[in-house]
Design a protein around this ligand. Structure first.
Ligand SMILES: NC(=O)C1=CN([C@@H]2O[C@H](COP(=O)(O)OP(=O)(O)OC[C@H]3O[C@@H](n4cnc5c(N)ncnc54)[C@H](O)[C@@H]3O)[C@@H](O)[C@H]2O)C=CC1
Ligand SMILES: NCC(=O)COP(=O)(O)O
Length: 330
């Protein structure tokens, strides 16, 4: 029996309840996409009047009820926030849902984790010390005895983009963009594109950091001192490597056709093209973890929470991709 996917609650005051209900309605007749929600059943019901909800005691019950009701592993919130208005006392449960999903994955009860968006600043008051899910999931993996190198990969249409440095101030990027960081991200990317996406020798492109990829050192030297030496090492290891490319011309359709994934030097270099190409269908995938994790590419969208105008396509795509990755890895 394949273990079902587990969906975390995310920030309850955001659009998570809206898009979860819509995703369940869209997927309920796709058995491969069966998921169980870790969340407050009463709150999800109150945000979605008329939604069929089935409280279950273990994820293994999800396949039995999925076609007729949203399966929920009921984890009561400390309070029921007004849509769009974060309640500080719910932060511990938001974190606990991520912790529990990971524990379930380690026990084999979850075939993969799909995370609803969190409001990161809201969690810091509850002791959260991480940049986001990706590094927190790596931290939890280490706590479960498996230290890993995590990689954030954004997927849209024909583009897979990896930010080598992630949630750090732009001024800190040059110092943190090391040869070792590029090598570590590239090696994990190559391994997991083979494992989960059937790309046995993926073509990996790399952007430069500076305008025109430094133009031979006249517009910055990181391409010469850091990026090219890292790419030479990867080539020597047998990886199919292209770059460093000028970031401004690396993302048009003909350029995208020349690589399977592109490693970018900082957050916005990777995420702007993905969200521009397909904001509503984009997916965030964590590579390098001992379990599968996907997520919508968007955030909590507090401004439209509770209006039912949130587009659920990104969450639906994230759930379907997690199911395909689970099958590929089986
Ligand atoms: N995986 C995660 O947990 C992520 C969490 N975040 C967090 O979300 C919070 C808000 O971040 P923002 O930068 O405002 O990004 P956001 O994605 O929440 O919102 C940006 C804009 O897109 C709209 N939008 C977002 N999702 C939508 C959807 N499904 N349908 C229709 N419109 C949608 C919003 O209404 C807003 O106008 C922050 O705390 C951020 O850290 C952001 C990205 C991913
Ligand atoms: N900008 C991407 C983002 O914020 C998602 O981060 P994570 O929570 O998946 O680590």
């Amino acid at each position: 029996m394949t273990a079902p996917l587990v969906l975390t609650s995310g920030e309850p005051a955001g659009i998570a309840p809206d898009i979860t209900a819509a995703a369940w309605a869209a997927l309920r007749h796709e058995p491969a996409a069966t998921f169980a929600l870790l969340g407050d059943a009463a709150y999800w019901r109150s945000r979605n009047p008329g939604l069929a909800v089935a409280e279950i005691a273990s994820a293994s019950e999800a396949p039995r009820v999925f076609a007729s009701a949203l399966p929920v592993l009921h984890r009561p919130l400390a309070s029921h926030p007004r849509p769009g208005s974060i309640a500080a006392d719910t932060a511990p449960q938001v974190i606990a849902a991520i912790d529990e999903a990971v524990a379930m994955a380690f026990r084999g009860e979850a075939g993969g984790i799909v995370t609803n968006p969190i409001q990161k600043e809201a969690l810091y008051g509850a002791g959260f010390r991480h940049q986001g899910h990706t590094d927190y999931l790596a931290h939890l993996s280490a706590r479960h005895g498996q230290p890993v190198q995590e990689v954030m990969m954004l997927v849209a249409e024909d583009l897979r983009a990896i930010p080598v440095t992630v949630h750090i101030p732009l001024k800190d990027v040059p110092a943190q963009l090391t040869r070792e960081a590029i090598l570590a991200q590239a090696r994990v990317t190559a391994r997991d594109l083979a494992r989960y996406f059937g790309l046995t020798r993926p073509r990996l492109a790399f952007t430069g950091l500076n305008p025109h990829a430094g133009e031979n050192g006249t517009m910055g030297r990181e391409e010469i001192t850091v990026i090219r030496p890292a790419l030479d090492t990867l080539r020597a290891e047998g990886l199919d490597v292209i770059g460093p490319l000028s970031a401004d011309t690396a993302f048009h359709a003909e350029a995208r056709a020349t690589y399977d994934a592109i490693l970018c030097m900082y957050h916005d270099q990777a995420l702007i093209p993905v969200k521009t190409l397909d904001f509503h269908g984009g997916i965030n995938v964590s590579l390098g973890l001992p379990f599968i994790r996907t997520s919508p590419d968007h955030g909590t969208a507090l401004g439209i929470a509770g209006t039912h105008s949130a587009n659920p396509k990104s969450l639906i795509a994230a759930i379907r991709l997690a199911a395909r990755m689970r099958k590929a890895a089986a």
